[in-house]
Design a protein around this ligand. Structure first.
Ligand code: UDP
Ligand code: MG
Length: 318
């Protein structure tokens, strides 16, 4: 068992990989001497990432490169790496070097001195990200912490250091829709924040376009909260009160001998009610779709091949 595992999910990161390998190696040596491993997971990249990883694995015995069968998404690629790593301490980092690997040493020191099981990075600032990304991320983390019962820290990504027992607890959770930063918060133990400034991407562009961001946010919300389902009962209550008021108004108007105007108000009510009902149905659909996905119990990811390191048992017997 190495003292330290560094796990990195990679999707189309060919321009980052050589620099990533160099900086991770430096940071790992600094923190753990020679007793470490680096696990790079290729999440179905369509560029030359896998070829570079294979080359790196040939030249560095401490590097294990895992090739998934296709693009499974950030959280599942990360899960594959976490399943396959063997270290006593596990350091999770993105491939784009937005989170400085050099913080590893201080994070390890915090873990030891505080006897913490998790030391998670908290973004004090975010360089090189669009105002749109910063605003949506800001809103998302705050909405999430209001909607959920689990205390999910705000402005925290997957950049973190974990103990083996915290990782084992995480890996015991079987769900398909994985929001790992929330799942880690759920397991408990002592978890310490570690504020840092997020840099720009080393190279390339974000691998989280809007569609992926929305799916990620929905996974987080539906995975950690049933509060949206209660919106239906709130809407129902509000509409009931509204309809009683409307009945009273109509009764009053008729008794005063006035005609109640027809078409416009009628259409308005039909359209508003229809919209609310569709919205609630769609919301229920989100949960049902996820239930369906979970019920199928498919494997979380498929490994195609592994380069470097010893063969290690994973979930699928690789
Ligand atoms: N990533 C991945 N699979 C995907 C999308 C992203 O493995 O389908 C990896 C990506 O290579 C990076 C990390 O997840 O290491 C975070 O992605 P990115 O930096 O593009 O996200 P951002 O920082 O822009 O939110
Ligand atoms: Mg990034």
């Amino acid at each position: 068992m190495p003292r330290l595992s560094i796990v990195v999910p990679c999707f189309n990161e060919e321009a980052c990989l050589p620099a990533l390998h160099e900086r991770l190696t430096g940071a790992a040596r600094d923190a753990a001497g020679e007793d470490y491993e680096i696990v790079l997971v290729n999440d179905g990249s369509r560029d030359g990432s896998w070829a570079i990883m294979q080359r790196l694995a040939e030249s560095d015995p401490r590097l294990v490169a895992v090739n998934l069968s296709r693009n499974h998404g950030h959280q599942l690629a990360l899960t594959a790496g976490l399943d396959l790593c063997r270290g006593q301490r596990i350091f999770i980092i993105d491939a784009d070097l937005q989170d400085p690997p050099e913080l590893l040493k201080d994070m390890l020191a915090t873990m030891e001195s505080e006897a913490a099981d998790v030391v998670y990075g908290v973004r004090r600032s975010r360089a090189g990200e669009t105002a749109f990304k910063r605003a949506t991320a800001h809103g998302f983390y705050r909405l999430l912490s209001r909607a959920t019962d689990v205390d999910i820290p705000v402005d925290t990504g997957d950049f973190r250091l974990m103990s083996r027992r915290a990782l084992d607890a995480l890996l015991a959770m079987p769900e398909q829709a994985r929001f790992i930063r929330g799942m880690v918060a759920w397991i408990g133990f002592k978890q310490m924040p570690f504020p840092y400034d997020r840099s720009e991407r080393f190279a390339g562009t974000t691998k989280y376009p809007l569609g992926k961001m929305i799916r990620f946010a929905l996974d987080a919300l539906t995975g950690f909260s049933s509060a949206p389902l209660k919106l239906a009962s709130h809407a129902g209550l509000a509409l009931s009160v509204g309809s009683v008021l409307l009945i009273l108004y109509i009764a009053y108007a008729w008794s005063a001998g006035r005609n109640v105007p027809g078409w416009t108000s009628l259409m308005l009510i039909v359209v508003v009610l229809g919209a609310i009902q569709m919205f609630v149905l769609a919301l229920m659909g989100e949960y049902i779709g996820r239930l369906y996905n979970e019920a199928k119990q498919r494997p979380l990811y498929i490994v195609q091949e592994i380069a470097g390191g010893d063969p290690r048992p994973g979930r699928l017997g690789y």
